[in-house]
Design a binder for this molecule. Structure first.
Ligand code: GDP
Ligand code: MG
Length: 162
């Protein structure tokens, strides 16, 4: 079986946009409305001669009350099934309760967890990513999934972690 990379995070942080970068085509549905992606869609990807599976997650019902519980379940599932977990946080919004709930689960992951500060569209916004250190998952990795900024370097890092 191919190594599995699971992309997790709360709705609207840019998971599907990042997955599209990883697979090099527009297959994951990007939506301004949270909750549109169906649960756990797997794609095959190729980078630097390595083939792997990328799993886009997060199609839960966007009920405010259940969000933290949903993301905790999503993170638990990723820990059971993935070789590398990518937690995506929206650096323009900053750390939310839901991000904290995901991080709390992922801090006990035996698999490597890569913390991505997404929506860092320019150098100016990089300072905002520093807040993500508070999640206790190590150094946040600033990217712009939308513009592709640092996406290749992130994929290198993901593959090195496998
Ligand atoms: P998901 O719910 O986590 O899968 O998020 P989506 O990939 O569907 O993206 C949600 C919204 O954020 C869309 O409007 C995207 O265009 C936007 N978005 C995603 N990545 C970036 C980014 O790097 N920068 C900016 N400015 N917007 C982004
Ligand atoms: Mg999505």
């Amino acid at each position: 079986p191919l190594p599995v990379v699971a992309v997790v995070g709360r709705p609207n942080v840019g998971k599907s946009t990042l997955v599209n970068r990883f697979i090099g085509r527009r297959a994951a549905v990007v939506q301004d409305t949270p909750g549109v992606t169906r649960d756990r869609i797997a794609y095959e990807a190729l980078w630097n001669g390595k083939t792997f599976t990328v799993v886009d997650t997060g199609g839960w019902e966007p009920k405010a009350s259940g969000m933290a519980a949903s993301i905790a379940r999503q993170a638990e599932y990723a820990m059971k099934t993935a070789d590398v977990i990518v937690l995506v946080v929206d650096a323009q919004v900053g750390v939310t309760e839901t991000d904290l709930a995901a991080a709390r689960v992922l801090r006990r992951s035996e698999q490597p967890v890569i913390l991505v500060a997404n929506k860092v569209d320019d150098e100016r916004s990089e300072a905002g990513a520093a807040e993500l250190w508070s999640l206790g998952l190590g150094e946040p990795y600033p990217v712009s999934a939308l513009h592709g900024r640092s996406a290749g370097d992130l994929l290198d890092l993901v593959l090195e972690s496998m």
